[in-house]
Design a binder for this molecule. Structure first.
Ligand SMILES: C[S@@+](CC[C@H](N)C(=O)[O-])C[C@H]1O[C@@H](n2cnc3c(N)ncnc32)[C@H](O)[C@@H]1O
Length: 238
């Protein structure tokens, strides 16, 4: 499977990415495998990696001494670091923090304020494959409490981030929004006015409806709602 790390590294390779921002870093499985960006910025309220891991990584990748670590929520980061963000416009943002509709939308709108004109936002978890993975829990602990005893739970919680794609496509024609069909769905947001006429399924959705949309609605209209793109096409391999 082509992973988020492959896609992010591909984007860094084909674009001039100076500043990479990752919201929600956890163990650094993605962050520590990003190659090529000049400065990488990590935001997470609880970094789940040791000081030793950070040092080992720096020794292996000495050009990354400029990386910045902000141990705080994304809201606090955007609220309290305007000057840093203004001086370091972001070329590529990877949003993978709290998997709720409201937080992923807020993270996207905040990221857009500091994204360079040619910049790209990638949002993880936009294409959940079952009802449990898509359940709108309030956080991963809440999802674990609800589902750990559930036989069909695959230990995957994507939450309702997919609704952010629906909201952006419905309300932001100044953006081009799609989802790559790989690794739980990678939303792609660019500051380029969309050329697309919205599919008719959007006619039946009001903004007030979006938070309440059910997984069954996504399952019946997945391609149209998400503007799902095969990963091979995105990578120019088809
Ligand atoms: C799925 S993990 C990130 C995985 C990582 N991006 C990767 O690909 O390996 C989600 C992370 O988001 C963090 N998180 C939760 N709420 C957050 C918030 N409000 N702001 C930023 N990060 C948050 C959690 O602490 C957790 O480490």
């Amino acid at each position: 499977m082509i992973t988020r790390v492959d896609v992010l590294n591909y984007l860094i390779k084909v674009n001039d990415v100076k500043n990479y921002l990752e919201i929600g870093v956890n163990r650094g499985k993605c962050f520590f495998n990003i190659k090529g960006a000049k400065q990488r910025i990590a935001v997470d309220p609880y970094f789940n990696f040791s000081f030793i891991k950070k040092i080992r990584y720096l020794v292996k990748n000495p050009h990354n001494f400029k990386n910045k670590y902000f141990e705080m929520t994304s809201d606090r980061f955007f609220d309290s670091h305007h000057k840093f963000l203004k001086n370091n416009p972001i070329n590529l943002t990877f949003i993978d923090g709290l998997h709720t509709f409201s937080q992923s939308l807020k993270d996207t709108l905040n990221s857009l304020k500091y994204l360079s004109d040619q910049g790209i936002i990638i949002l993880h978890d936009c294409n959940p494959q079952d009802k449990i993975a898509a359940f709108p829990a309030s956080n991963i602990e809440d999802a674990r409490i609800k589902f750990s005893s559930h036989k069909s739970w695959k230990n995957i919680w994507n939450g309702d981030v997919w609704k952010t794609i629906v909201f952006l496509r419905k309300n932001h024609p100044e953006l081009t929004v799609s989802v790559l069909d790989t690794d739980h769905g990678l939303g792609v947001v660019k500051k380029i006015p969309t050329q697309e006429v919205l599919p008719t399924v959007f006619d039946s959705i009001s903004n007030e409806d979006i938070p309440q949309l059910e997984y069954s609605f996504l399952a019946s209209h997945r391609k149209e709602l998400l503007n799902l793109v095969p990963i091979e096409i995105f990578l120019g391999k088809e």
